[in-house]
Design a binder for this molecule. Structure first.
Ligand code: ADP
Ligand code: MG
Length: 360
């Protein structure tokens, strides 16, 4: 069943397969997923039950390879594809990957980007969405060519990282932090952020490769920073429908923003014991994930949403509230050693869904 995206937020849980090394350890399973139900057994013998909209799991890494990463397509089709037509209708959308480091957020969101307008088997949500997006544009243009309405479409992408509450452009070779301002009508935006006009999947793939390379360089020079930053890829779609009615031009504009957010690792970084940069990172991640939960909960309860308490939520203000659709993919690890992090991920995402998040 496909989610309808009528409710405030859709949540899917994806259990990553065991690596070959993890399989060899032959641990008793601590997490069992079935349909939309999840059962988790903690180290002190407590069993916790959760429900979400849909769970995805695969047995082993070798099964994944044999199936040619089939589940990448299934996850995309269930989780992200329904947002495509919503975006063309003018809805803003946010798609989050939430989970501890190593649980499969980037594999799910990005995976392999593919090349020359071809997807790879392991392509994740973003490249798959972009492929369908351009097919949709082509169909739309063809359909409107046969009518009296003239349609023009402009597509812009941007790709940036939020690290320690600071913004870094991933599509621009020069470094430096960018600031956020709020436009009285259009809402918050990043000043001087690179926005690339694109017309094909191939162009998007090239820009994604540029951004991913920049991330890797930053991450290597700053000790695996990539797990401690939020990465946001945004498509801005502008559609203009123009028609002459009774000799007068009649114009309808539709603007929508589609945001894909690969969140920083949600594991509890030992914020109290760590010092210096690690401590600053932990505080920034905790602040933004906590505020994100509060904002989603407040929106579900129609309360005041504290967007401005973190850079992430401030920037997503126009895409989370009002005319928007939100979905969250909670990624979890099969390992017993990670069960506490898994518990906290499930509590966060499943409680955010019902609008009753208490930060745990
Ligand atoms: P995160 O972004 O949450 O830190 P990654 O996406 O980098 O985690 O995943 C960690 C490792 O596990 C990577 O090598 C990735 O390819 C692999 N992996 C994660 N999820 C899956 C999956 N569902 N199927 C196959 N491999 C996966
Ligand atoms: Mg990652």
């Amino acid at each position: 069943m496909q989610p309808s995206f009528n409710s405030c937020i859709k949540v899917a849980v994806r259990l990553r397969p065991k690596s070959t090394k993890e399989e060899a350890e032959k641990e008793e399973p601590v997490i069992v997923v079935d349909g939309s139900n999840i059962q988790l057994l903690t180290s002190i013998g407590e069993t916790h039950f959760f429900t979400c909209d849909q769970c995805f799991s695969s047995d082993s890494i070798s099964a994944v390879a044999q199936n040619k990463h089939q589940q990448q397509r299934e996850v995309y089709e269930y989780f992200a594809k329904p947002l495509l037509s919503q975006a063309f209708q003018g809805f803003n959308t946010c798609l989050f990957a939430y989970g501890q480091t190593g649980s499969g957020k980037s594999y799910s969101m990005m995976g392999k980007i593919g090349s020359k307008s071809e997807l790879a088997d392991a392509s994740g949500i973003i490249p798959r969405f972009c492929q369908d997006f351009f097919i949709h544009v082509e169909d739309l243009v063809k359909n409107y060519a046969e009518t009296s309405v003239s349609l023009s479409i402009e597509i812009q992408i941007s790709y940036f990282e939020i690290y320690k509450e600071q913004i870094q452009d991933l599509l621009c070779s020069t470094g430096g932090n960018l600031s956020v301002r709020e436009h009285p009508k259009n809402g918050p935006y990043v000043v001087n952020l690179t926005k690339c006009l694109v017309t094909s999947l191939e162009e998007v793939q090239r820009w994604l490769a540029v951004g991913n390379r920049k991330r890797v360089v930053a991450s290597t020079s700053q000790n695996k920073r990539s797990s401690r930053s939020h990465v946001i890829f945004t498509i801005v779609l502008s559609q203009r429908f123009q028609e002459i009615i009774d000799g007068r031009p009649h114009v309808v504009d539709k603007h929508s923003r589609i945001n894909f957010i690969d969140l920083a690792g949600s594991e509890r970084l030992a914020s109290t014991s760590s010092t210096g940069v690690r401590r600053e990172e932990s505080l920034a991640i905790n602040l933004s994930l906590f505020t994100l939960g509060k904002v989603i909960t407040a929106l579900a309860e129609k309360n005041f949403a504290p967007y401005r308490e973190s850079v992430l939520t401030w920037l997503l203000k126009e895409s989370l509230g009002g005319n928007s659709k939100t979905a969250m993919l909670a990624t979890v690890s099969p390992r017993a050693a990670h069960v506490e992090s898994t518990l906290s991920t499930l509590r966060y995402s499943c409680l955010v869904q019902v609008g009753s998040l208490i930060y745990l």
